[in-house]
Each structure stands twice: as C-alpha cells, then as structure tokens.
Design a protein around this ligand. Structure first.
Ligand code: UDX
Ligand code: UDX
Length: 466
C-alpha cells in the first residue's frame, strides 16, 4: 500500500514541524495538518513566516517550500480525516490535573476524542499513527474505540513516537538517529508498518528505521526521555557536590564524557530541565510502575524529578542568600524564560519555578526573553495559582530589551542559554546595576574570570564561588 494522503490532528510543536518535513521530503503525498484552535491554524497559514506559532530555526524555510503545494493547515478536521489513508494523532497529553492519577498520569482525554472523531469521520480503512507520547498500552484503547465505533472499517494502529528536541526540530527530523515504528505482528499490521516505513525511507536510511511491537515502541519513548532526564539530574546532583567541595562540574563533565561508554552529551549542569516531555513522561512511567506494584522501580525514577525540583529551588535559594537573605522589594532581572534556547516554548521551564519561589519572597522580577511574548510569562505564573493574577502583574515586568531588564537590578539571573546572552555588553550591564552587582549564571554560559574581572559577584552552577 502506498500512502497518498496524510492527515495530522494537532498542529503543535510536534505535529507542525514533523508534518512540514514529511511534506517537504515527500512532494507526492498530500499532508493536511488540522487543529481545533483556529488562531493556531491562522498563524500556520500566515503570509509572514516569522508569525508561525512555533519558533524553530529552519522551520520557515521548510514551510515556505511545501505550504500550498502539498502541505495544508486547516480546522476542517472531518474532511481531512475522510480524505486521508493515514491519520497521525499528535495532540497534547498533559499530566492530569484532577481525579485519579492527578499530578502523575497522562490525561488521555484529547487522544480519546481524536479516536472517536476518526471513527466517526472515516468512510474507508485507515492507518492510525500515535505520534503523541502515550502511556504504554494506549494503542489498545484507541483500537478499542475505533473497532467499536468505526462502522466495521479496518483500522491499523501504529506507534511512531517523536524524538525531535525543540530548538533543533528540523535537523532532528531531517537526520534522525532513528525512526521507531511499532505495529501488530499480523499480515495487516506488517503491511501498515511497511506503508509508514516507505514514507520515512524517502529520506531516512533504511537501517535507521526500527520496527517493533506497539508496546515496545510506546515504552521506548518514555524510556528514552527518562534516561535523558536522568543524565541531567545526575550531573545536577554532582553540581551541588562540586559547589561544596571546590570541584568544577564542567571539568568533571568533560572528564567523564570522554569515556566512550558514558559519552559527552546531556552532561550540562543547569538550573534544571524543563520542557513538555521529561517530567510528564517520567511521572507517567512512575504511575504505570505503581499500578503494577513495582514500587522500587517507581521510586528510582521518581528521584530524577525530585532532584530536578531541588535544583530549581536551590538556585532560587542561592539568589536569596547572596542578597543578604532577603529579596523583598528588590529588582531581579531574568534573562530567558523559555525552557531552553531556540524555542518559544515555556512548558515546565525552570524559570517559572525559580520566579515563583522568589515572588513568594516578594521580589520584583523583570524578564527579558528574545522569543517569549509578555502574556505567556503571565499565563505561566497564573497557572501555578500561587498568587492572584493582579499580583503577578504587579510584581513581574516583561521587557523587550535585556539592558532595560538589568537596569537598577540587585541581581541578574540567566535562566535560558540563548546565544545572544553570551555577547551582551556585560561591562555596560554591570554599570547599569545596583552594587554589589550579583550575577547568577543558571546555564554556565559566561566566563567566570571575565565576569569577576568586570566586578560582578559571579555565581555559576557547580562551581564554588569565591
Ligand atoms: C506533543 C505530543 O503530542 C505530546 O504527547 C508530547 O509529549 C509533547 O509533544 P505538542 O505538539 O508539543 O505535543 O503539543 P501542543 O503544542 O500543545 O499541540 C497540540 C495541539 O493539538 C494543539 O494545537 C491543540 O489545539 C491540538 N488539539 C488538541 C486538537 O487539535 N484537538 C484536540 O482534541 C486536542
Ligand atoms: C526531549 C527529548 O530530547 C526529545 O528526544 C523528545 O522527543 C522530547 O523531549 P526537548 O524537551 O525538546 O526534547 O529538549 P531537550 O534538548 O531534551 O532538553 C530538555 C531540558 O533539559 C531542557 O530544559 C534543557 O535545557 C535541559 N538540559 C538538556 C540540561 O539541563 N542539560 C543538558 O545537558 C541537556
């Protein structure tokens, strides 16, 4: 079977870039990305490519090439499903905020809605591909809904987890380490797997396309994110030990990273990991383990989250301690709000939690981030429900200029490793600040001796301060 029409439900950080690259690489396939959010779809269709709803380096180029040719963005979900022979589900699956599994389990409400809508709108057989990260055995639920409500049509369910990282989505999609496709070991299942393998094989070498059963594929996604997050928590744990002992975490990371069994990636100590996936996927895994009464396994992985929470609080506490144990009424500049550089995504960003901690100590915060809009900062803080929305607006200011953010500040904190922060005029920033000028580098992007020379009281992660 050859795929001619693809529909993807969910035009978010994953659905949008992934489908754009598929459309770019496979001009003979028509790809329609649908979303219930009209505003988002309008932004994807915006003539001005700087207005795309997702900021990813290189994405504008890919969209410019494919949009209107074989790539379309629409809110007409039913027509797109009906027309497609392959439907990707790429809607969000946040951690549940209510009821059973609150704070742990994935909320599958949207995935279930998608399955029901696919069943309703379909008039022919379809291959349904789970792109969203899902708890193991979700495919079974999707299958159940489709088979019980889909008027006798044949639906094959595949799991095809996404491994792209935000900020590098386009190169990750163009040159993936691997593509993983899980499906049933039946003749129909194998045929469906092959159809999706053929799509990717247009640009991905065959040996990098791995096929497994559905459960292995679903669990591999959770496991990959758990391992990556674990590395960050591990190096962050060591960063605290370095600060206590006088070792330098970057030297340690370099030394251990040269061991080919360990490898050099994901060893960057930081103020803590964020993003839509790491915490959610680990919590999800922990929840599943508890369900199977695998309590030791659950505790083991939960510790990765605890360590990360600790790292964020530790950073906030360090700021307070260095400001003579009080930040009340003091201006603190935040450089960066996104959870990492080169994205406008702020989900679970460490900045949000550090800010919340300092705001509870009555600090005034002034935020500058090159890509995050003002309103997003406020919605992120309001979402935590720690104080009223009016209070958040009173205590937090968001500006468009880094120097304005730092002017008159008692302390500057770097929360995101944007490249442009490395080349700011730090002498000028020092001049603009109150003295002593405290600088907290939560990403280790600045040179400590240089910052000390300028006159900052400089504090980095995993380096003892003199
Ligand atoms: C993805 C994955 O789906 C998630 O499982 C993974 O862990 C993180 O990445 P992402 O693309 O980042 O999610 O989510 P988001 O940017 O929120 O996009 C989801 C889109 O789906 C939204 O635009 C939302 O409007 C849309 N949606 C949601 C629908 O179109 N229909 C629905 O029923 C629900
Ligand atoms: C992650 C996975 O990498 C990706 O494969 C999966 O599909 C989705 O989840 P993402 O969350 O977009 O991607 O970004 P990633 O680069 O993994 O960074 C996650 C967080 O860890 C960021 O906050 C980042 O700043 C932090 N991090 C990463 C560190 O603090 N140190 C590191 O060494 C690496």
């Amino acid at each position: 079977m050859k795929v001619k029409n693809i529909c993807c439900i969910g035009a978010g950080y994953v659905g949008g870039p992934t489908m754009s690259v598929i459309a770019q690489k496979c001009p003979e396939i028509k790809v329609v990305v649908v979303d219930i959010n009209q505003e988002r779809i309008d932004a994807w269709n915006h003539e001005d490519l700087s207005q795309l709803p997702v900021y990813e380096p290189g994405l504008d180029r890919v969209v410019a090439e494919a949009r209107g040719r074989n790539l379309f963005f629409s809110t007409d979900v039913n027509s797109a499903i009906e027309e497609a022979d392959m439907v990707f589900i790429s809607v969000n699956t946040p951690t549940k905020t209510y009821g059973e599994g609150k704070g742990m389990a994935a909320d599958l409400k949207w995935v279930e809605l998608c399955a029901r809508q696919i069943a309703e709108a379909s008039k022919s057989d379809k291959i349904v591909v789970e792109k969203s990260t899902l708890p193991v055995r979700t495919a079974q639920a999707v299958k159940d809904i489709l088979h019980n409500t889909g008027n006798g049509l044949n639906f094959q369910i595949l799991s095809n987890p996404e491994f792209l990282a935000e900020g590098t989505a386009i190169p990750d999609l163009e040159h993936p380490d691997r593509v993983l496709i899980g499906g049933d070991d039946t003749p129909e299942g194998r045929e469906a797997i092959q159809a999706l393998v053929d799509v990717y094989a247009t640009w991905v070498p065959r040996e990098k396309i791995l096929t497994t059963n559905v459960w292995s594929s679903e669990l591999s996604k959770l496991t990959a994110n758990a391992f990556l997050a674990q590395r960050v928590s591990s190096i962050n744990a060591i960063s605290e030990l370095c600060e206590a002992t006088g070792a330098d975490v970057e030297e340690v990371a370099k030394a251990i990273g040269t061991d080919s069994r360990i490898g050099s990636k994901f060893l960057k100590a930081s103020v803590g990991f964020g993003g839509s996936c790491f915490q959610k996927d680990i919590l999800n895994m922990v929840y599943i383990c508890r369900n199977y009464q695998l309590n030791e396994v659950a505790d083991y992985w939960e510790q990765v989250i605890k360590m990360n929470d600790h790292q964020k609080v530790r950073f906030a506490k360090k700021i307070i301690k260095n400001l003579y144990n009080t930040v009340s009424g003091k201006k603190i500049a935040f450089l960066g709000w996104a959870f990492k550089k080169d994205t406008n995504d702020t989900r679970e960003s460490a900045a949000i939690y550090v800010a919340d901690y300092l705001l509870s100590e009555r600090a005034n915060i002034c935020v500058y981030d090159p890509k995050v809009p003002k309103e997003k900062v406020y919605t992120d803080l309001d979402y935590l429900n720690s104080r009223s929305s009016e209070e958040n607006r009173k205590l937090v200011n968001v500006v468009n200029d880094p120097y304005e953010a730092c002017k008159g500040a008692h302390a500057v904190a770097i929360l995101t490793e944007w490249d442009e922060f490395k080349i700011l005029n730090w002498e000028q920033i020092h001049d603009l600040m109150l003295k002593p000028a405290n600088l907290f580098d939560g990403r280790n992007i600045l040179n400590p001796s240089e910052m000390n020379r300028i006159g900052f009281r400089f504090n980095a992660i995993g380096k003892s301060d003199k």
